[in-house]
Design a binder for this molecule. Structure first.
Ligand code: COD
Length: 302
């Protein structure tokens, strides 16, 4: 079991330095994280947007732009398109969202002509380091992109996550399909999907991981809760990743972990030609830095 997310910073310094194209890096949070990641040698930063505005921001906050590249484009939509195109044409290895709306970036990513579609579902994976659980690392998907995934989409979400876990050194991630309860209840669709996913995994339709469910959150992460409920499963109490039934569930669990338990996180969108670093404005600089590192590790192993 991995303890703390710092391993991502080490992992992404082992191979070729990845080129990160950042769309509209005007927020001091994203710009600061990219400058720091560049300075630490985690990535080469390419800042796509209004160069004058970026330089003013950096000066105001004391960020060091030494060595970073610029692609000057004043219009936000055009800058987002350019950053996406740099990745699809392989001039950059991964993409990051700056001060631009999530929907604008995702629509550019999904553009059929020049976007980053790779023929599979795109999904968001957030890894958290949880102080209350001995700094254990717990993934959540999907709290950032797919709103109400059906069974097919849940298979895609698991497959994306499994590839990512393999790249970060977890050869058989334990995936808990969450519901509100740990028994199948026909009136709760999430529990039916969880049971189907478990069987699909047992029959080899979902590979490279162990999926089980349904679980309630407590018995997915706590051995003690699993023991009290008499749940006999290799995943019970030991989940590496929580498959959540809706974007609200994933987003809320994630925000509780980050803002109410003092956790740290790293999040990326998977399933595109290259990973996309998508953080929210309120995320700490550390979470942004770790997200860049996670994206760079995934990109380096594609
Ligand atoms: N993977 C692959 N292709 C997709 C996906 C996906 N997850 N989602 C949509 N597409 C494709 C469709 O196949 C279609 O070809 C095209 O994109 C448009 O699909 P729509 O009309 O169903 O989707 P949109 O354009 O209305 O919305 C797609 C978004 C990703 C923008 C939407 O799902 C969204 O806003 N998600 C939530 C993002 C968000 O607000 N996150 C907040 C936390 S950061």
């Amino acid at each position: 079991m991995m303890h703390n997310l710092d391993f991502l910073l080490e992992l992404c310094q082992t191979g070729r330095r990845m080129n990160l194209a950042v769309a509209c890096p005007y927020g001091d949070d994203v710009l600061g994280a990219v400058c720091e990641a560049h300075k630490r040698g985690l990535i080469n930063g390419i800042l796509v947007g209004d160069s004058e505005q970026i330089k003013k921001k950096a000066e105001a906050h004391g960020f060091d732009l030494e060595g970073l590249s610029f692609v000057d484009e004043k219009n936000d939509y055009a800058a987002t398109e350019k950053a996406v195109q740099m990745v699809s044409s392989k001039d950059a290895d991964l993409l990051m969202k700056g001060f631009v709306k999530t929907a604008v970036l995702l629509h550019a990513v999904l553009n059929k002509e020049w976007g980053l579609r790779a023929g599979s579902l795109l999904s968001h994976l957030f890894l958290f380091e949880i102080p209350l659980l001995d700094r254990r690392i717990l993934g959540i998907s999907d709290g950032g992109m797919n709103m109400y995934p059906d069974l097919n989409a849940k298979v895609g979400i698991i497959e994306n996550a499994v590839k990512c876990y393999h790249k970060i050194g977890v050869s058989n991630p334990l995936i808990a399909a969450l519901g509100a309860v740990e028994v199948v209840n026909p009136d709760m669709p999430a529990t039916l999907d969880a049971a189907a996913l478990t069987q699909m995994n047992r029959r080899g339709q979902i590979k490279g991981c162990t999926v089980d469910g349904p679980f309630a959150l407590d018995n997915a992460v706590s051995d003690e809760a699993a023991r009290i409920k008499n749940i006999d499963s290799p995943v019970a109490g030991k989940a590496d990743m929580l498959l959540v039934p809706s974007i609200e569930a994933g987003n809320m669990i994630g925000k509780v972990l980050l803002y109410m338990t003092g956790g740290r996180g790293a999040g990326v969108i998977l399933g595109a030609k290259k990973p996309i670093v998508l953080t929210s404005r309120f995320d700490s600089m550390e979470t942004k830095l770790l997200s860049i590192a996670l994206g760079a590790v995934v990109a380096s192993k594609e």
